[in-house]
Each structure stands twice: as structure tokens, then as C-alpha cells.
Design a binder for this molecule. Structure first.
Ligand SMILES: [Zn+2]
Length: 349
């Protein structure tokens, strides 16, 4: 990546110009960095800031508002309008594009669908990851899976996104909440976020461990007398073939016409195809679903997550484990790639 100085235009229509305060550094951007692309791009998709100027069609925010920026449109249920994709004219005459927004920048210009006002007393540093990490992790639990009190969950990968799935599972009343990771320090952090049990998959078979923690009712049995053990929901935040296979295997078996099988929710970005024992979908009525951005409705969910933070239910101070300047962005991405970021890194402007 290179840093350039450019001139942003005055906003028109649904555009909003924001002076940024902080932006998170999300793992999914590494896929974009490492893969071929057609031309220059601008990156970053979660941030906080203050509105400087708005186009004449913008009604949800005003200059001076403190805002959170997200890559997920704030509510597509109320509009048929496709949000505008952000683009920046470069000094050499070229154009750098994003498929939604860009936030690794002191200022940004984006569609008002990606901007949500928050109360002016909101701390604007540690809330930077709300727009992706919190939305994706917590949304997967609340919106995609709709976890109910007493349901069992296991979360594969408890980094910046997975920790928020743990916190949301606690808020939903899930029990048990099992965190699975290869990193002991991440598992310790998961306990702080509400995990009732942790499994280090580097030293323990996570499928056996999860099934042992979630036995079905005594005497219950599934198809062909199989035991019912397993979680109602397994969240695969890692989204690699091995984590997916483990998560799928750790979901519970069905008891025909009494209850269905468990659901594996794919939360991370799968860069490879997965194989699965499809017979399990038939015999044990197991389900799979994907979710992008936690299937969240940011217009409703971001104010709620900010409330959780203010009430002490979501420890964003613990989620943010490293802070860098924009000039350190390449080093910060390398650290993330090397697995050296415990929770989330943020850029402070
Ligand atoms: Zn992200």
C-alpha cells in the first residue's frame, strides 16, 4: 500500500464527507491485498468520525454529528436505491475504487447508507471496530442465527470478530458458550467476553470436547440410535476447510420430528471450497448458513452495540489491542497476517 494526498470533491446527492477519528484494521482486507485486482483500490471498512459536509439528499446525518462508518448498508429494507460505491480521483489522473467505502484515510466520502450517527458523548477510538468486527460477530449470533436463551453455541476463532460473537451469545443468554482457538491468549480474552468454556484446538480434539460439553438429554437418541450431543449453533469465524469440518461435526444431531440438527454458521471469509459429509445433512438434519456482515441492520444494530459498550456489556477497551498511525499501515497489516494481533488493531488519526 502507498499513502497519497488527494483532494476530495464537495459532496452531492447522498454523499457524506467525514473527518475520521479512528479506523479498524480488518482481516478480510488481507484477502483483498493478497489477491489480483483490476486497478487501484482504497481500503478500510470500519471507522469513527465527525461529519464535515453532506449532499442535498442526505437526511440521516448533519455536519458536526459524531458517526460510525460501516461497509454494510444501514437499512436496505426501506429503500430500493443501490448505495453509491466510493471512488477517489488520484493526482496522476487515475481513479481508486472501493466496492462500498474506504476508511484508511484521514477523511472519507461515502454514501449516507454507510454512515450512522451516535450520541456525541460516545468514545470515538475503541468504537472504530463496531462497523465490521462487532457487526459481523454479534450480528451472526443475533440476526443470522437468532440464538435463544439456553441454546448452546461454539465459536471457532476468537479474534476481533469472534470475540463479539462470544459477547452477543452471552447477551442472548446462550449456555454453554464454547470458544475454540489455537491461541491460548485469545482464549483467555474470550473468557473475559463471556465464554463459559474454552478449547485449545492445538492440543485437544475440539469436536470431542464440544460434544462432551453438550450431551443431549439422558436417554435421548437420534436416527439409528446415534447420541444427540453437539451444539445448536457452531460459528465458523476462521472459515478454513479444517475449522468448517470441525464446526459442522460439532453441531448436534437431530431427534426426528422432536428437534432438528444443529446449524453451522459461516462467518469468516472462505477463500477455499469446503468438503462436508453431506449424509449428515440428511440423517442428522444438520444445516449450514452463511452470513455477510452478520446479516446486521446497522441502522438499528450499531446504536444497540454502542449501548452495550456504554453499559459495560461489550468490552471494546479490551477488544482494541493495538493502535497505530496511518503511516504504519503496512506494518500493522503484516502483524495481522502473522497472527500477532490478539483482538483488533485500530488506526488513530
Ligand atoms: Zn471487516
Amino acid at each position: 500500500m502507498r499513502i497519497e494526498e488527494v483532494e476530495l470533491p464537495d459532496p452531492t446527492g447522498h454523499q457524506v464527507v467525514v473527518r475520521e477519528i479512528a479506523s479498524g484494521i480488518c482481516h478480510s482486507q488481507l484477502h483483498t491485498i493478497h489477491n489480483p485486482r483490476p486497478g487501484d483500490i482504497v481500503l478500510g471498512h470500519e471507522a469513527t468520525g465527525e461529519v464535515l459536509a453532506i449532499g442535498d439528499q442526505v437526511t440521516n446525518v448533519a455536519p458536526g454529528d459524531k458517526v460510525l462508518i460501516t461497509f454494510q448498508p444501514r437499512d436496505l429494507r426501506t429503500t430500493d436505491r443501490m448505495p453509491e460505491m466510493a471512488r477517489v480521483s488520484l493526482a496522476d489522473g487515475g481513479v481508486a475504487k472501493s466496492s462500498n467505502i474506504f476508511t484508511w484515510s484521514t477523511h472519507t466520502i461515502c454514501d449516507d447508507q454507510y454512515v450512522i450517527a451516535v450520541p456525541p458523548d460516545t468514545p470515538m477510538d475503541v468504537t472504530a471496530p463496531v462497523g465490521c468486527a462487532v457487526l459481523t460477530g454479534a450480528g451472526a449470533v443475533l440476526r443470522a442465527a437468532e440464538v435463544q436463551p439456553g441454546q448452546s453455541v461454539a465459536i471457532w476463532g476468537v479474534g476481533g470478530v469472534g470475540l463479539n460473537a462470544v459477547a452477543a451469545a452471552r447477551m442472548a443468554g446462550a449456555d454453554p458458550i464454547i470458544a475454540v482457538d489455537l491461541d491460548e491468549a485469545k482464549l483467555d480474552l474470550a473468557t473475559r467476553f463471556g465464554a463459559t468454556h474454552v478449547v485449545n484446538a492445538a492440543t485437544t480434539d475440539p469436536v470431542a470436547a464440544v460434544r462432551e460439553l453438550t450431551p443431549g438429554p439422558a436417554g435421548s437418541f437420534g436416527f439409528r440410535g446415534m447420541p444427540i450431543a453437539g451444539v445448536d449453533y457452531a460459528f465458523d469465524v476462521v472459515a478454513k476447510p479444517q475449522s468448517f469440518a470441525q464446526a459442522f461435526a460439532a453441531t448436534r444431531n437431530s431427534r426426528n420430528a422432536v428437534h432438528g440438527g444443529g446449524t453451522t454458521v459461516v462467518v469468516g471469509v472462505p477463500m477455499e471450497s469446503f468438503e462436508l459429509p453431506a449424509i449428515e445433512m440428511l440423517m442428522n438434519e444438520k444445516q449450514i448458513r452463511g452470513t455477510i456482515g452478520g446479516t446486521a441492520v446497522p441502522g438499528e444494530d450499531i446504536p444497540k452495540f454502542v449501548e452495550w459498550f456504554k453499559n459495560g456489556d461489550l468490552d471494546l477497551d479490551a477488544l482494541v489491542t493495538s493502535r497505530v498511525g496511518i503511516d504504519e499501515i503496512n506494518e500493522a497489516c503484516q502483524m495481522l497476517d502473522d497472527g500477532k494481533v490478539l483482538g483488533r488493531s485500530i488506526i488513530e488519526f
